[in-house]
Design a protein. Structure first.
Length: 202
């Protein structure tokens, strides 16, 4: 019995501890994951995309928007630069509630304080299945967004709504103007060396 227990522990520990370090995403299969959604769902807190592919999922969510503290900080980045940066294109977007409105739609929702997002192309999708999906929504404090390009996805037909911008910073609330007492906001966030293209490059 003792020998079996030690074997089980020795097999489990490397699997659990690996997500405490960096995990990689590559569509060719050379990384830990082939989709960004799977990497986020694994609970990894340091995610690096190592190719320049286009990643298409309904949406991506880091942290929990219903909590006062959205979860542990996450680093989401790539080792690519310039025009080789991987592209995140939501096919649907997800509907979130903040202080001002009950239908804030975004492709990438970030709710974990002290997180970092860098070296990515983040697209909004006006034709998203959930509605007019903005690029990224942040409802967390001290988030750093660096070296990212925000733009509208190509070959889209609808106009991106002013209520679903390329990058949106929000405050937790009931959707009708009332903030959650002590709830998360976006204080201390910083956007560095980012580009914003408000016209679809069709």
């Amino acid at each position: 019995m003792k020998r079996s227990l030690w074997i089980a522990v020795s097999l489990l520990v490397p699997v659990v501890s690996s997500w405490g370090g960096m995990v990689t995403v590559n569509q060719s299969g050379s990384g830990n994951f082939t989709t960004l959604q799977a990497a986020i769902a694994s609970g990894a807190t340091n995610i690096m995309i190592t190719d320049n592919a286009q990643y298409m999922d309904p949406y991506w969510q880091i942290g929990d928007p219903t909590l006062i503290v959205g979860g542990p900080p996450v680093i989401l980045t790539s080792n690519q630069t310039g025009t080789n940066r991987p592209v995140l294109t939501p096919t649907a977007g997800n509907v979130y509630v903040d202080t001002r409105r009950s239908s804030q739609i975004a492709g990438l929702g970030l709710f974990a304080n002290n997180s970092v997002v860098s070296n990515l192309v983040i697209e909004a999708n006006p034709d998203g299945a959930a509605g007019n999906a903005g690029g990224m929504m942040v409802m967390a404090t001290n988030v750093l967004i660096e070296n990212c390009l925000f733009r509208i996805a190509t070959n889209t037909l609808q106009t991106l709504s002013s209520f679903s911008p390329l990058l949106f910073f929000g405050q937790q609330g009931d959707g009708s103007g009332n903030p959650t007492s002590g709830g998360p906001d976006c204080n201390g966030c910083l956007v560095l060396n980012c580009e914003f293209l408000g016209v679809a490059p069709n």
